[in-house]
Design a protein around this ligand. Sequence first.
Ligand code: ADP
Ligand code: MG
Length: 481
Amino acid sequence: MLRQDYELVVGLEVHAQVSTQSKLFSGSSTAFGAEPNTQTCPIDLGMPGVLPVLNDKVVEAAVRTGLALNAHINKTSVFARKNYFYPDLPKGYQISQYDLPIVEHGRMTVDLEDGSSKEIGITRIHIEEDAGKSVHDIGDEKVSHVDLNRAGVPLMEIVSEPDIRTAEEAGAYVKKLRAILRFLEVCDGNMEQGSMRCDANVSVRKRGETKFGTRTEIKNLNSIRNIVRAIEYEAERQVEAIENGEKIYQETRLWDAGKNITRSMRGKENAHDYRYFPDPDLLPLRLKEDDIEAWKKTLPELPDQLKDRFMRDYSLNNYDAAVLSGSRESARFFEAALEGGRDPKLVANWIMVELFGALNKSGKDITESPVSPAQLGQLVGLIEKNTISGKIAKTVFEEMLQSSADPEEIVKAKGLVQITDTGAIEKAIDDIMAANADQVADFRSGNERVYGWFVGQVMKATQGKANPAMLNDLLRKKLQG
Ligand code: ADP
Ligand code: MG
């Protein structure tokens, strides 16, 4: 936890690969995982005499994303050359957008675990091409290779305002942004494969201070977990440095996930170091109102609309609704599990706690769930009908994860049906009280703590199958005499 007298300030830059078949300015394929340098052409290689041709699918994707983020669409935007030298950048410049990006001034709502929401400003979205990749030291070789398959792959860079104040908010921001991009089908959001990468700009300041502190930029964070941890670490590091009377330098840092620290990589360039200028090979990009209107009509139900519907139709709270509407697949799973009139809150809990917990552990996606929505609904139905207790349901669920069997079968096969026969529960209580007169006396002389022990004993005697509410009721009556 950051010291109370300091405040964290974060702005995020997210690079999202636009899901297109071909690159931003050439017809080369963008498919992931091909042999190095098999998906390049003279345009990607920066050969002299070639001309870039803009892929209009990318323009459509950027505009639809801008609309989904409640942003302003610039009717005219300009492609600029950002000049720098990298071994994996054959042209010596990257085509990007600079002072006239395609999208500006948006906002997005993020949902936090305590149930609150917060708006984060979106500064801009611009279109740019990716660079290639340097590959170092394969096996024992002390050689570096360059793979240009990624060179020219279309990206949207989505830049937030410095509105983020905690690491949790940063994580929630990336989650929501990823959900929106996926719902729009403009980016697959796969952070492991690098389809979505995040740079975190981090600074701290004394609470009450109105000016921002000097920021550092942590590059290429490739999971939400790493984003959160890197920001937490970096904030602590900066506070400690300031408290020790050191100065924070504007620099680029790297996150070392193995060691859990950030390390200085290089001093941070300023925009003027890149000598941006409009690319003379590309005309300014002009959008027609009709096209924008037509694209607006293609917007699907977005995560926030789905969330609102879940809150309205199923009385879920903000956070639960946000989690379940976080992907189309989890939303579909939830609604399918409700079939037959199950209690939405109970179903939501089972999905969010038990199912997501189990999937997380086994590294599986909800689409690979060994338990189907209908089976999860059936399990909740058994709890609602009092056939099994919530505790036994967890045992049944474990079994379902292993065998993908129906819960009703498991309950039948293992004889797990809850005991709701008053006589049987009473008998178990009587036996235990008779065998433990000392504890009964102890309870009656006012030691309430023995009560829990009795519950445990009766549960043990009934193999955990006694209906908890009935057990409680009967046990208390009998103990009180
Ligand atoms: P650059 O290309 O230099 O990284 P950008 O304008 O693309 O610049 O991005 C700057 C990012 O840094 C934005 O997300 C912005 O919100 C954030 N930012 C700016 N100043 C601060 C600050 N003092 N502390 C934290 N984040 C900041
Ligand atoms: Mg930056």
